[in-house]
Design a protein around this ligand. Structure first.
Ligand code: FDA
Length: 522
């Protein structure tokens, strides 16, 4: 008997819903009837999102969409790093900020250059911070230079900023054009099947929608997975304290004066941090804070003060309360949750959209038939769990390692966060000067790979950029470095090469603003 999945209903038309609809249509070659239902009355999240670099190869290339095409439709801009501002008490090397770039740390005889930097630093032979020593792109970021030259060759690795609402609209047009069935309606009721799964969803105007497989992209509501199937949400607010945000879009941007910054900024505040996401003609910004340490009014006051605004003259403010954690199981019976209905943590490293495409890719990899083999479901759930928990730990490492201790929020982050064995182990490795998370391939191949390794996604370069950037320097030199005088000399040549390469690029690259202007005009 043919047990193939014949129909899929996706609930929710935010970024998650439309990414899932378009990707599944392509992956299943249009062989399955896909219906997406979204309520006009329930707004979707879209605050000006920042992403991570493999979105083009793993998602847009898969759909056959060139980078500049979707960038034009979605107000895309470039992001070469996250710049952390005010996360340190003592400026390092005279700088009050540090970067987490997407660039690749050169390797020297089997050890990343960061380890040679630690040796130089501990022996008092460098005062340059780790990021400026080991990544070639930082002076380029400081000057707001584009990640690509006029001829299109990439100068540094980058991701994108965009407007998530526009991404959802763009993908909707494409997917509907391909054959995805789209309904604007409110789901008011979920009908369970005899085996405990979902038989249908009942809508206000369009009646009952039946399917073999349901995808819950209903956002924080978790309409199918949490409300109908009662799958518990594992709250992780003891691992990460931030649970609220106040966001707004600033018009104009600073492109005419300074150029558009080719990075996301994360500015530490009294009870959290503020993102700044520059796009053409606007800046998306929001203060992510912990409601147990500050009130909405106080947070809003601090946020407006940062931007020199008064409540009366400020743009519309969007207050968002979010849940931190993940579903115990992302996939239950015939229902798979993707996006905010599945898991969420504060966007300090722009993980939301990465979690979405990772889940969609895993769903295709473990695509079921109507028997819903539990082995497939378990494998999917294990991957999502690892992906989320490892990222949660990486984000937590930022808060554990910052020098800031000026408010109860920052002190509690140092002393009261619940830590997993995974992060304890990784931080112990780091403090001992050992590599944390070495990718199995070189980082360039790794970032473009379909098969991301979820327990290893945040590379050694990421851990060193963040932790050393925060002022947490390993206490020991990687012991084997002391045995190879020739490697130490090679490393010095590599440090010099980082500077040489930067100097060459500084003279060649257009400004980020010029490149974006030419892309958006075309
Ligand atoms: P979303 O809430 O957008 O959509 C839910 C959909 O379900 C809507 O279409 C709604 O109408 C529908 N729906 C709900 N109930 C329904 C019902 N009863 N009937 C019919 N339809 C119903 N990510 C990132 O990668 N980088 C970043 O910088 C950020 N920044 C960020 C900041 C903040 C404060 C938040 C909260 C989130 C982010 N994110 C992020 C996450 C990112 O915004 C998010 O992952 C995507 O927009 C996807 O959202 P969803 O589609 O899951 O839900």
């Amino acid at each position: 008997m043919d047990e193939k999945i014949r129909s899929i209903v996706i609930v929710g038309g935010g970024t998650a819903g439309w990414m899932a609809a378009s990707y599944l249509w392509k992956a299943l070659a249009g062989s399955v009837k896909i219906t997406l239902v979204e309520a006009r009355s329930i707004p979707k999240i879209g605050v000006g999102e920042a992403t991570v670099p493999n979105l083009q190869p793993v998602f847009f290339d898969f759909l056959g969409i060139p980078e500049e095409e979707w960038m034009r439709k979605c107000n895309g801009s470039f992001k070469g790093a996250v710049k952390f501002v005010n996360w340190r008490k003592t400026p390092q090397g005279g700088k009050s900020h540090f970067y987490h770039p997407f660039g690749i740390v050169p390797n020297c005889d089997g050890a990343p250059l960061t380890h040679y930097w630690v040796k130089n630093h501990l022996e008092g032979r460098t005062t340059e911070p780790v990021d400026y020593s080991c990544f070639k792109e930082l002076p380029l970021l400081d000057r707001n230079l584009a990640p690509r030259g006029a001829s299109g060759d990439r100068a540094y690795r980058y991701a994108w900023h965009f407007d998530a609402h526009l991404v959802a609209e763009y993908l909707r047009e494409l997917a509907v054009g391909w054959g995805v069935n789209h309904i604007f309606d409110d789901i008011d009721h979920v009908i369970r099947s005899d085996d405990g799964g979902i038989a249908a969803v009942s809508t206000r105007a369009s009646g009952r929608l039946e399917a073999d497989l349901f995808i819950d992209c209903s956002g924080f509501r978790g309409l199918l997975i949490n409300k109908a199937l009662a799958e518990p949400f594992v709250d992780m607010s003891d691992h990460l304290f931030c649970d609220s945000a106040v966001a707004m879009a600033l018009g104009g941007g600073d492109q005419s004066r300074d150029g558009i910054e080719p990075y996301t900024s994360s500015i530490a505040m009294r009870h959290g941090w503020t993102w700044k996401i520059p796009m053409m003609g606007k800046i998306g910004t929001g203060y992510v804070y912990a409601s147990r340490f500050t009130s909405q009014d106080e947070a809003t006051g601090d946020f407006l003060k940062l931007w020199g605004l008064k409540e009366k003259t400020a743009p519309a403010l969007n207050h968002i309360r979010f849940r931190v954690g993940r579903n115990r199981r992302a996939w239950v019976k015939n229902c798979v949750s993707i996006g905010l209905s599945s898991c969420f943590l504060e966007p300090l490293e722009s993980t939301g959209i990465y979690f979405i495409y990772a889940a969609i890719h895993q769903l295709v990899k473990h695509f079921p038939d109507r028997n819903f083999n539990p082995v497939l479901i378990d494998a999917f759930n294990r991957n999502i769990e690892t992906m989320f928990d490892d990222s949660r730990d990486f984000i937590q490492a930022h808060f554990l390692s910052t020098e800031r201790d000026d408010t109860t929020f920052w002190r509690a982050n140092k002393h009261e966060l619940k830590q997993s064995d995974n992060i304890k182990h990784k931080l112990a490795m780091y403090d001992a000067g050992l590599p944390v998370n070495m990718p199995h391939t070189d980082e360039d191949t790794y970032y473009n790979a379909f098969e991301v390794e979820f327990d290893n996604y945040w590379t050694n370069g990421s851990y060193y950029a963040i932790l050393a950037g925060m002022g947490r320097i390993p206490k020991h030199v990687l012991p084997r470095l002391r045995h190879r005088e020739d490697s130490l000399q090679k490393a010095e040549a590599l440090f010099a090469n980082v500077t040489k390469r930067t100097n060459e690029l500084v003279t060649k690259l257009p400004s980020n603003y010029e490149l974006l202007k030419s892309i958006h005009r075309r």
